[in-house]
Design a protein around this ligand. Structure first.
Ligand code: FES
Length: 137
């Protein structure tokens, strides 16, 4: 039996301002559409990018990891404790890695450049760490 596809969250309220994001994937770059106030993850899911958000945006699976282009590193939403904890345990960590479910799109990041990674972390490993966070360890 096939698993149901994870869909981007539906925007709530009035229409929002569209924003451009540049996505590099498999050596090709393309513009994808995001909206002010939504998660980067939702824009990636609509664009059918190679992310696997098993926890659906709760910052515990690591499957939505992307790499931010260096010049954008300090302009996106800062990472929180839970995100940093997940990123600490993923394979081949990099200082520009982020969880796309933890990045909010806004006019300040219009033109953001990100890329997907070929390898995503093992969800069980990242999930175990998230359980520690939720338990207050
Ligand atoms: S969707 Fe699981 S960490 Fe982002």
């Amino acid at each position: 039996m096939d698993e149901p596809a994870i869909e981007p969250a539906e925007p709530e309220g009035p229409p929002r301002t569209p924003l451009a994001v540049t996505l590099s994937e498999g050596g090709l770059s393309r513009r994808i559409d995001g909206f002010d106030g939504e998660r980067l993850l939702d824009a990636l899911l609509r664009a059918k990018a190679a992310v696997m958000p098993l926890c659906n945006g709760r910052a515990c699976c690591g499957g939505c990891r992307i790499r931010i282009e260096k010049s954008w590193r300090d302009r996106v939403t800062p990472s929180g404790r839970g995100e940093r904890s997940v990123l600490r345990y993923i394979d081949d960590p990099h200082e520009d890695d982020r969880l796309s479910c933890q990045i909010a799109l806004s006019a300040e990041v219009e033109g953001l450049v990100v890329r997907t990674l070929e390898r995503q972390p093992a969800p069980a490993q990242a999930g175990a760490d998230a359980e520690e966070i939720n338990a207050g360890k």
